[in-house]
Design a protein around this ligand. Structure first.
Ligand SMILES: Nc1ncnc2c1ncn2[C@@H]1O[C@H](COP(=O)(O)OP(=O)(O)OP(=O)(O)O)[C@@H](O)[C@H]1O
Length: 244
């Protein structure tokens, strides 16, 4: 479960033509990133997948069922961690199951918290956590949600460079043991290349999928990859696609 497809999706806000004929897919357990110029409509794609708006044309499906304009089918992790300040770490991680009315599995919650390196913080409140720790809680909340696909909208952009790299490595290690499908938005080409199986490069608005890049690097991936020649060659290719 967790196969998402967009077929010929077009969207305008009034006269503002944002997306033109977007066709993409995320296969079960796959990690796909979207990169594109600022304002090209990346977040709009998430808003359509999340059912906040309806596409003007085209079809969005999850596991074969059409999603157009229907909510609650995806797990969404925003740029800021958006934790409930009055709830503890355990209570924040369990909130998505509570909202969906599915059974809460405390053993699984505690296991996720432990694997996230947050043992000892189960009863802590968000105000007692660092920025990186809050993002970990936010991500394991998404992993703990009953939905089979997670959409992440630039989740690490507010973190400093060192914490960001640490979080990317952490995200990969935890995702490799909990392989949910992921659709990830980022401005950062290094981040997209380091994390993804495939990268979709969007054009300027009205956005089309300009290129699909299959990322050939084997997993698990380590920091050294970031300075390797094949990595830098692909980075140059994506950079020139975005520039041109
Ligand atoms: N709810 C909305 N109502 C009207 N216009 C919107 C709405 N959301 C986005 N837009 C417009 O759609 C266009 C694309 O915005 P969107 O936020 O999807 O782009 P983006 O690629 O995510 O941008 P960025 O990289 O800067 O975050 C912009 O022109 C924006 O003003």
């Amino acid at each position: 479960m967790g196969q998402l497809t967009l077929e010929n999706v077009t969207k305008s806000y009034g006269a503002n033509h944002v997306l033109q004929d977007i066709t993409l897919s995320v296969e079960e357990g796959e990690f796909v990133s979207i990169v594109g110029p600022s304002g090209s409509g990346k977040s709009t794609i998430f808003q359509l997948i999340g059912g906040l708006y309806s596409p003007d044309e085209g079809k969005i499906s999850l596991d074969g069922s059409v999603l157009n304009n229907s909510r609650g089918h995806i797990s969404y992790m925003p740029q800021s961690p958006a934790l409930f300040p009055w709830r503890t770490v355990v209570q924040n991680v369990e909130v998505s199951a509570e909202i969906a009315g599915t059974k809460i599995d405390r053993t699984k919650t505690l296991e996720l918290i432990k694997n996230a390196g947050l043992s000892g913080y189960e009863g802590a409140y968000p105000s007692e956590l660092s920025g990186g720790m809050k993002q970990r809680v936010s991500f394991i909340r998404s992993l703990n949600a009953p939905q089979s696909i997670i959409c992440l909208d630039e989740p690490f952009s507010a973190l400093d460079e060192f914490t960001r790299l640490e979080m990317q490595q952490w995200l990969l290690s935890i995702w490799e043991t909990n392989r949910k499908s992921i659709l990830f938005i980022t401005h950062d080409i290094d981040e997209a290349l380091f994390l993804s199986d495939r990268i979709l490069v969007l054009s300027e608005k009205p956005a089309v999928v300009k290129e699909e890049i299959i990322v050939p690097f084997s997993r698990p991936r380590s920091e050294e990859l970031l300075l390797s020649d094949p990595f830098l060659a692909l980075k140059r290719e994506i950079y020139s696609l975005l520039r041109g």
